[in-house]
Write a protein that binds this ligand. Structure first.
Ligand SMILES: NC(=O)c1ccc[n+]([C@@H]2O[C@H](COP(=O)([O-])OP(=O)(O)OC[C@H]3O[C@@H](n4cnc5c(N)ncnc54)[C@H](OP(=O)(O)O)[C@@H]3O)[C@@H](O)[C@H]2O)c1
Length: 301
């Protein structure tokens, strides 16, 4: 069954990486999109408005605002950025969405972007909040779909530098360098014999659109989204052959990450150990080489 009414859907984080792709996928498929943003006058928000997105100025911390909005939408895409918020606020803001959706009483379909490995608490800060939010959503009585993306390939091109926001702002005009630092981090910290689970942001958008369009198939489901699963050696070979660039080699980088960013080191270690289901998504996801070639063609990498 394909849903006939196309929204409106409220996209949280529409000016960001995941929500941005979700918004584009929904717009392209003819959905009506509302976007919650704290910065309605920002260039990103205004670009969305020019595409027909209805902007709602506000904050996920504003429970009254959420309660006012939710009766007027049919679905919500929910994402919180742990790296900006920290564990406590991530859980609080995500809970605000779930509680306001429940109060609305109109069986809102909540599509929540979690993360790979969130099926159990592991004392890994970047994952534990997502485990809590998954549990709260599952027991809320709401129709829900949970996505668990792997590491974003887009980060190899500098989409975000999740462990060093100030550095990202400093390096905003040097995205390829930001991407290469992320690659260097992976090389230094991820065990070389384990496969790295990878997902594209574009596929997050496509999968969320699929979830809203196929409620009979998607509701109640938790989808592990792995488009590619590569050992470091494979990943390096593909990277070098497609981009013609080598990986940054920074002596002592791995030790530095472990000391100065134990949360990132813990996340990568947990991901390396966590068993996951590759190719388990209900739509075909992009592989690494195909994605990198496209990104290079579009001069994104
Ligand atoms: N990078 C990876 O490999 C990876 C893989 C899997 C999962 N994840 C998870 O993905 C999450 C990050 O997602 P992302 O990359 O899409 O984040 P992002 O690009 O930083 O976007 C964050 C968005 O949230 C909005 N926002 C932030 N605080 C808000 C608030 N209080 N009220 C309303 N809106 C708020 C921002 O909008 P405004 O500024 O316009 O208000 C922005 O659009 C993290 O939790 C991370 O653990 C990352």
């Amino acid at each position: 069954m394909i849903r006939k009414s196309k929204g409106p859907v409220l996209v949280i984080g529409a000016t960001g990486n995941q929500g941005g792709q979700v918004t584009q996928a929904l717009l392209e498929a003819g959905w009506t999109v509302h976007a919650l943003t704290r910065h309605g006058t920002s260039s990103k928000a205004q670009a969305l408005k020019a595409q027909g997105v209805h902007l709602i100025n506000g904050n996920m911390s504003d429970r009254t605002l959420l309660t006012d909005i939710f009766p007027f939408v049919t679905g919500v895409f929910s994402v919180q950025n742990f790296w900006d918020l920290g564990l406590e606020s991530e859980v609080q803001l995500g809970t605000n969405i779930i509680e306001a959706a429940t109060r609305a009483g109109n069986h809102l379909h909540v599509v929540y972007s979690s993360g790979l490995g969130a099926n159990q608490r592991q004392n890994v800060a970047a994952i534990d909040g997502k485990t809590v939010l998954e549990e709260r959503l599952r027991t809320s009585g709401l129709p829900y779909t949970i996505l668990r993306p792997g590491l974003f390939m887009d980060d190899f091109c500098g989409a975000s530098l999740p462990f060093a926001r100030p550095l990202q702002q400093l390096l905003d005009h040097h995205r390829p360098l930001v991407g290469r630092l992320f690659l260097a981090t992976l090389q230094a910290v991820f065990p070389q014999d384990r496969k790295i689970p990878l997902t594209t942001l574009h596929d997050v958008g496509r999968l969320v659109q699929w979830a809203f369009e196929h409620p009979d198939l998607s509701q109640g489901e938790t989808v592990e989204m792995i488009g590619a699963s590569e050992t470091w050696t494979n990943l390096y070979d593909i990277w070098e052959s497609v981009t013609g660039r080598s990986i940054l080699k920074v002596p002592g980088f791995g030790a530095g990450i472990r000391v100065f960013h134990p949360k990132m080191a813990a996340l990568l270690t947990w991901l390396a150990e966590h068993p996951y289901a590759a190719n388990a998504a209900p739509i075909e996801l992009q592989g690494f080489k195909e994605w990198l070639q496209n990104a290079k063609r579009r001069q994104q990498c």
